[in-house]
Design a protein around this ligand. Structure first.
Ligand SMILES: Cc1ncc(COP(=O)(O)O)c(C=O)c1O
Ligand SMILES: [Zn+2]
Length: 479
């Protein structure tokens, strides 16, 4: 495939080679792949109709010259699921979930891993180093094993041991660092430098951004299939793209995907971006809210959601800030507890069991709808970035939502049905009378309450019935 690498700082073009990590002219490490958009824009749509729905259907727009089908694990092509129940509960009927749990290793990192490993294999690289908060290392390990490559995986000690074991299972060498993720990245970089090995550069990895952008292409195609073409372009763009972020690679790639589609005339707009962080490690959110041009790093992340523990986002923040502002989006943060609650609501109401990092995106969605930033008429795509690991101790157990409390977490009361319901604890209110005239809404509220504990729930269709029920209950109780 014909493509060149363009420097984002000085515009200098070079051919692609993965071992060359900086612009030869200005030394910038921020570069991206560019294609012949005019030609591809004209030719590719017709070809797409006969291709399978996976990541490689957009191969003309990927930086791999000869995509090697034998490396594929069926990446991409994940479903876009309408969240009917959540939509009803939140009064926002057009919420869609991009279900990235359905990737080969159960997270959206499979897109970056499949494209990056394919490109490295093509360049003859056989040994690589990557620092990871878990999922990147799992995904790289799977693809590296298929490609006959060795991966040195540097992970922080907070990564759950089930994830570490999975990395090792694929044959990668796990190196556990007791320290922050930023320190872990430093150690990995030194190791790679000493041994002269290829080092994964996080959000500066050209091939990874390209892998992530396929999420945008798929969303546009899938939304068009559901809602029809937009008035001014053949494909449809949602109003919002919501994703939990750590280093921000996902939205950087997804933005590029929409920008390319707009350039080729396939869509008429780019969605508003809503990157969500965990409150205890939210350098981008905090810096954006303060109006800072450069990110203020968080040196000691205070979140149990280790997947999202990038304390120093560096320049990724500056790019993302630009994209968020250009699209009239927002950065937002949520507490760990809100993320756990959101996970539970998502599982109970939509049958989707996500990992805490993905719970952060849904808690962000709830917060933005409640604040009126996401409107009831908006079409929203939330990236459900990863599947829960079955033995995650911070989620399992009876009192899961009351276990974890940081000294810094502020309990601010919030408006809205969902937050009202999440304030109701069974030890204070063991028996509840639910008065609501539509059966569907009663069913939903019952399910939310059931997700929070063992309540006895009695239902009434209207106020009069409700009062009668309460009087009857009180009589039984006092007799
Ligand atoms: C499940 C999950 N969600 C979200 C993220 C954040 O991704 P990023 O900031 O790279 O877009 C990660 C990163 O590893 C992840 O594994
Ligand atoms: Zn340059």
């Amino acid at each position: 495939m014909a493509f060149i690498i363009k420097c984002l700082d000085c515009g200098h073009n070079t051919p692609y080679h993965p071992s060359s990590i900086a612009c030869p002219k200005c030394s910038s490490q921020w570069r991206e792949a560019e294609y012949d958009y005019e030609l591809i824009g004209k030719d590719l749509p017709a070809k797409l109709t006969s291709r399978p729905f996976d990541l490689w259907r957009y191969r003309e727009l990927l930086p791999v010259r000869n995509p090697n089908v034998s490396l594929s694990l069926g990446e991409g092509g994940t479903p876009l699921i309408r969240a009917v129940n959540l939509g009803m509960m939140l009064g926002c009927p057009n919420i869609f979930i991009k279900d990235e749990r359905q990737g080969p290793t159960s997270s959206f990192k499979d897109r970056q891993a499949s494209v990056t490993i394919a490109a490295l294999k093509e360049a003859g690289i056989t040994e690589i180093v990557a620092a990871s908060t878990g999922n990147v290392a799992i995904s790289y390990s799977a693809y590296a094993s298929r490609a006959g490559m060795k991966l040195w995986a540097f992970v922080t000690s907070l990564v759950p041991s089930v994830k570490m074991r999975e990395i090792a299972l694929y044959g990668s060498q796990v190196i556990k660092i007791t320290g922050s993720y930023d320190q872990c990245k430093q150690v990995a970089a030194e190791f790679a430098h000493q041994r002269n090995l290829y080092l994964d550069m996080g959000a500066r990895t050209i091939t990874s951004i390209e892998g992530m952008k396929t999420i945008a292409y798929e969303i546009a195609e899938q939304l068009t299939a559901v809602e029809g073409a937009s008035p001014n372009a053949p494909w449809r763009t949602p109003d919002w793209y919501v994703q939990a972020i750590s280093g921000g690679m996902g939205p950087l790639g997804v933005y590029k995907g929409f920008r390319e589609m707009q350039q080729m005339g396939w869509v008429d707009k780019i969605p508003a971006f809503a990157p969500i962080q965990a409150e205890g490690c939210a350098p981008m959110v905090n810096s954006w809210k303060k109006g800072l041009e450069k990110a203020q790093p968080v040196t000691s992340p205070m979140t149990h959601i280790e997947t999202l523990a990038t304390g120093d986002p560096g320049r990724a923040y500056e790019f993302l800030r630009d994209y968020v502002d250009k699209t009239n989006g927002v950065f937002e943060s949520v507490s760990d507890q809100d993320a756990y609650r959101a996970m539970h609501v998502l599982a109970k109401m939509e049958g989707i069991s996500a990992e805490p990092a993905a719970g952060v995106a849904f808690a962000g969605l709830f917060k933005l709808i409640r604040a009126g930033i996401i409107k009831s008429t908006d079409t929203v795509v939330v990236n459900c970035t990863g599947h829960t690991v079955s033995a995650d101790p911070s989620i399992l157990g009876e009192n899961w939502s009351r276990d974890i409390k940081f000294p810094s977490a502020q309990e601010t009361p919030q408006e809205g049905l969902l937050s009202a319901l999440t304030q109701v604890a069974p030890e204070r209110f063991p028996k509840i009378v639910l008065v609501e005239d539509t059966a569907e809404a009663r069913r939903l509220i019952r399910r939310i309450l059931q997700s929070q504990g063992n309540f006895t729930i009695l239902e009434a269709e209207n106020g009069r019935e409700g009062l009668e029920l309460i009087q009857r209950e009180l009589r039984i109780w006092s007799s």
